[in-house]
Design a protein. Structure first.
Length: 404
């Protein structure tokens, strides 16, 4: 099946910088892959398509890639938000048994069908904003049975939403109640669960939360060693609340990404630059936790560390399903340019998931994932906030999906 889309302003994001604009562009898909893209006037003569679509000059971008989410869970933490507004800190709430543990309790109590319905609705909300690829972490099960449930749910959501889902094993998210005071035993346990989950095809990468209230660098290292034994790439929730040195550790394992990074040091930046690790910036969590120390964007830029932007959708620190708002916040709160922000949710997000060979830019040979927006210029994606839904169409693997 060959499908041709014509008369679009295409922001390809191809190449290391710039929007890669094709002013009056056309794009031909052969099955799930882009066969040809360029100026409509240069369309090869005699080119035949089974279907043709006129886009009326609309803006086309690569499908957005949300490279950091915790989409599968039950319940919400609105009450903790109230407590935080009254002065309680995220850390204090976690230490008092709330935080991640309270979502773990609600998630364990939910049925597979309940979790699926919740997660699917969230994935469809992201898709309606232009997202075609979403990373989904486990981490609210924290038993072998419940972590498997979350990861299977993530796979099922991808199939049902027609989106590409990458799963990340994040059992090292918090020490569950039943292991209270025995964090090292819990790390042994979660390491022992991994091979079976991997054998079932449920794990694309391994993540951990390296922080005072979660796991130490030594414990994180053990998790990474287990991933490495299975040839699985690693990622890390690093330097979010304090500088624990997790970033340099992750870079020594050639981590795909380090995420959050509000307290990242120059040593960490140098280690990421040397390892080619992507910095995933999460302005939603920064905003919702009312953090005041933004990640060191100017230094990351100067060091040539690729920057990505994601929603970090989760019920505790970033209850948002608004990726375009995250583009705006990445500019307004962190100082990214609109082009860096969009690159952060396309080309660099693909790198953060190890998917750059097929995803993240619009070029012949890449997967035909794109979003159509009722906008004139790609800079408008990061400009407005809450302006409604500019995305009018999402194409995933050459197939048009409903967005409204
Ligand atoms: O990315 N920092 C750890 N994990 C999540 C928050 C999880 C939660 O509070 O439920 C994050 O911010
Ligand atoms: Fe997160």
């Amino acid at each position: 099946m060959r499908t041709l889309w014509r008369h679009a302003r295409i922001a390809t994001l191809a190449g290391p910088r710039g929007w890669g604009l094709v002013e009056r562009g056309a794009l031909l898909a052969d099955g799930d892959t882009i066969a040809w893209l360029g100026d409509e006037a240069a369309l090869p003569a005699g080119l035949r398509a089974d279907e043709e679509h006129e886009l009326g000059g609309a803006l086309v971008t690569p499908g957005l890639i949300d490279c950091h989410t915790h989409l599968v869970y039950a319940g919400n933490r609105a009450q903790e938000f109230e407590l935080r507004l009254q002065g309680a800190s995220y850390e204090a709430i976690a230490q008092a048994g709330g935080g991640i543990r309270s979502t773990v309790a609600a998630t364990r109590a939910a049925s597979d069908d309940e979790l699926h319905a919740l997660a699917l609705q969230r994935a469809l909300a992201l898709r309606a904003e232009g997202v075609t690829v979403v990373e989904i972490k486990s981490g609210y099960g924290l038993t072998p049975h419940d972590e498997a449930r979350l990861l299977r749910c993530a796979r099922r959501v991808g199939a049902d939403a027609g989106m590409t889902v990458r799963t990340t094993y994040l059992a090292a998210h918090a020490v569950p109640l039943e292991y209270e005071g025995r964090a090292d035993d819990y790390v042994d346990a979660l390491i022992a669960w991994l091979p079976a989950l991997h054998a079932e095809g449920l794990v694309d990468a391994v993540d951990a939360f390296c922080e005072r209230i979660a796991f130490s660098p030594a414990q994180t290292r053990r998790v990474f060693d287990a991933a490495q034994r299975l040839n699985l790439p690693v990622k890390l929730h690093a330097e979010q609340l304090s500088d624990s040195g997790g970033t340099a550790l992750a870079a020594s394992y050639r981590a795909l990404s380090c995420d959050h990074l509000e307290h990242l040091s120059p040593t960490g930046i140098a280690a990421m630059a040397a390892a080619g690790t992507v910095a995933v910036l999460l302005p939603g969590a920064y905003y919702h936790l009312r953090d005041t120390a933004p990640p060191p964007v100017a230094a990351l830029r100067a060091a040539g560390v690729p920057m990505a932007v994601a929603t970090d959708h989760n019920p505790g620190s970033s209850p948002t399903l608004a990726p375009l708002l995250m583009l705006n916040m990445a500019c307004a709160l962190f100082g990214l340019t609109p082009e860096e922000a969009l690159r952060g949710m396309t080309a660099n997000a693909a790198r953060a998931l190890g998917l750059a060979a097929r995803h993240g830019t619009l070029e012949a040979g890449k997967r035909c994932d794109f979003a159509v927006f009722a906008l004139d210029h790609p800079r408008e994606l990061a400009y407005g906030f809450g302006l409604g839904r500019p995305c009018t169409r999402v194409v995933c693997g050459g197939r048009a999906l409903e967005t409204r």
